[in-house]
Design a protein around this ligand. Structure first.
Ligand code: ATP
Length: 319
């Protein structure tokens, strides 16, 4: 659905996007993760033909962009950097103006479509107030409604939960999952790890303009080689596992042992009660820090890049 090859954008000496090979497949909910300033919005704008690339190629729905924009963009719903709207008009009137997809459909059908997408994103179709009275979260929902008007095959969303409260974030997450289940491919740029962790099937991590990792989320969050055991018999288990205990937190023990079946057998045979046992998996935060070179394992920084290396706690945030 989205393929880029050596995609690059320079602003003077700054390599905002550097040699990017994106691969977003049909049916994906793809999380495009990166710290503030890593080049996400620039990438999204290039994908949609809003900014011209310095170099490289883009294919959207199998067609070259921006050359095929007229054919491709009607099949793509997009929300980039806060939606634009006429402030004195209601959400419904704004969408009616936007509704190019309605051409060829009867007016009544178009009106119904506008009401449907407003409801889908949690806005009241009967609300006549001008958009100027909307909160940031309501504007964000309106932008999403606009992106949905054309029943897109591909949704490209730049930080879609910006300005939303936890309930709103939850609703948008459910909406994206529903849309995906009915065949929409979703490309979601975000700096929020939890957002990506909870909805995405595949993901890429952008670090100072460079894609440092791209894979299925379950592959990224692979096993660490340790096992987590929950037991009420903590001291007995720790004594039994001397030399193999990596951490103890309350009734939770992390054991340096990749084989949870074997470990379970050892514990139970020794009379230790096991409430829960499972292989430990890396969380997305670890994956991102390693991929961005913060842990020192994979340093991808380019000496030509004038941007300072962010501190780990500035890198990305958990919502
Ligand atoms: P954020 O999450 O803060 O929006 P981002 O990952 O979307 O960040 P971009 O907005 O793409 O990052 O910016 C990437 C880099 O390119 C930044 O250093 C930014 O200052 C720079 N940049 C973006 N647009 C321009 C422009 N029009 N002119 C010059 N530099 C720009």
């Amino acid at each position: 659905m989205i393929r880029t090859h050596h995609l690059t954008k320079h602003y003077g000496k700054l390599h905002a996007v550097d040699d990017l090979d994106l691969d977003v497949r049909e049916g994906d909910v793809y999380g495009f993760l990166g710290a503030n300033g890593s080049g996400k919005t620039t990438t999204v704008r290039m994908l949609l033909g809003l900014v011209l690339a310095t170099g490289g190629e883009i294919e959207l729905l199998g067609q070259p962009m921006p050359r095929a924009a007229r054919d491709v963009l009607p099949q793509v719903g997009a929300l980039v950097e806060g939606p634009a709207a006429y402030p004195h008009l209601s959400g419904r009137a704004n969408l009616a103006l936007l509704d190019a997809a309605g051409r060829g459909t009867r007016r009544r059908g178009r009106r119904q479509r506008v009401a449907d997408v407003l409801e889908q994103v949690g806005l009241d179709p009967g609300d006549c107030r001008g958009v100027r009275t909307y909160s940031l979260g309501m504007r964000q929902r309106l932008g999403l409604a606009a992106a949905l008007l054309r029943r897109p095959r591909l949704l490209v969303l730049d930080e879609p939960t910006n300005g939303l409260d936890p309930q709103g974030i939850h609703e948008i997450r459910e909406l994206l999952l529903d849309l995906n289940a009915t065949g929409t491919t979703v490309f979601l740029s975000s700096h929020l790890l939890a957002e990506v962790e909870q909805v995405c099937t595949r993901g890429g991590i952008l670090d100072r303009g460079r894609l440092v990792v791209q894979d299925r989320l379950d592959a990224l969050r692979g096993p660490t080689g340790r096992t987590v055991v929950h037991t009420p018999d903590v001291s007995r288990a720790v004594n039994l596992l001397t030399g193999r205990v990596a951490a103890v937190e309350g009734k939770r023990i992390v054991v340096d042992e990749p084989d949870s079946v074997e470990l379970n057998h050892q514990l139970v045979s020794a009379g230790v009660r096991v409430r829960e046992i499972a292989a430990e998996r890396r969380d997305l935060e670890q994956v991102v820090l390693e991929a961005s070179g913060v842990s020192g394992e994979r340093h991808t920084r380019d000496s030509r890049d004038p941007r300072p290396h962010p501190e780990p706690d500035e890198e990305l945030v958990r919502s």
